[in-house]
Design a protein around this ligand. Structure first.
Ligand code: TMP
Length: 211
């Protein structure tokens, strides 16, 4: 079986189980001998990992919405240029734990400062990525109360996980609106199911679209 190259992003609120699902998907692709790369944002390249540290750690109000968005996009450009595009060129299936929909959901819908608009984010996206887009975006949807209680059980919270419940409710709504606007690219999966059931839904989607 040979893989068609493609770019898949996994999105969702904090505590939706993305990391577990990406690990399970990686094991599945490994067993099937499908060339792939698992990566994540913010991060995924040397430069982007450095930016990750200054974005994730520290006080909630350390950055205003504009600075924060620009930092996420600087990291994204580095991730695309140094990691994602070269891997796709090599014919790999690239799976990223978060990508641009997270910026729209967190920095616009979640923060809701009004200081940065959807249109401005779209322009920034175009500057950084041109016409390139994920071929498939899987959004793991979870009630923020359940997601955040999972995060609390894990221990330390990052800047975003420490935000109020209303913030997480807004970003859940943001992901739903993003999916409604691009129903072919974005598929929502109910993340309040067993890990195995979610994994099976993801595998089915990937088999249908890429294998
Ligand atoms: P992670 O917990 O999935 O590693 O992501 C780190 C945090 O960064 C998470 O709370 C979501 C947030 N984030 C944004 O606010 N905007 C973005 O563009 C990305 C990629 C992540």
């Amino acid at each position: 079986m040979s893989a068609l190259k493609g770019f898949i992003t996994i999105e969702g609120g904090d505590g939706a189980g993305k990391s577990t699902q990406i690990r399970m998907l990686g094991n599945y692709l490994e067993k099937k001998n499908i060339p792939h790369l698992l990566t994540r944002e913010p991060g995924g390249s040397i430069g982007a990992n450095e930016i990750r540290q200054i974005l994730i750690n520290g006080q909630l109000n350390k950055w205003d919405a504009i600075s924060e968005t620009l930092l996420f996009y600087a990291a994204r450009r580095s991730h695309l240029v140094d990691t994602i595009w070269p891997a796709l060129k090599e014919g790999k299936l690239v799976i990223s734990d978060r990508f641009s929909d997270s910026t729209m959901a967190y920095q616009v819908y979640g923060r809701q400062t009004g200081s940065i608009t959807k249109e401005q984010i779209e322009e920034l996206y175009h500057l950084v990525a041109g016409d390139f887009k994920p071929d498939l975006t899987i959004i793991l949807d979870i009630d923020p109360q359940i997601g955040l209680s999972r995060v609390q059980k894990r221990g330390e919270q990052d800047r975003f996980e420490a935000s109020a419940l209303s913030f997480h409710e807004r970003l859940r709504q943001g992901f739903k609106e993003i999916a409604a606007a691009e129903p072919r690219r974005c598929i929502i999966i109910n993340a309040n199911q067993s890990e195995e059931a979610i994994h099976q839904s993801i595998v089915q989607l990937i088999e249908e679209r890429f294998l």
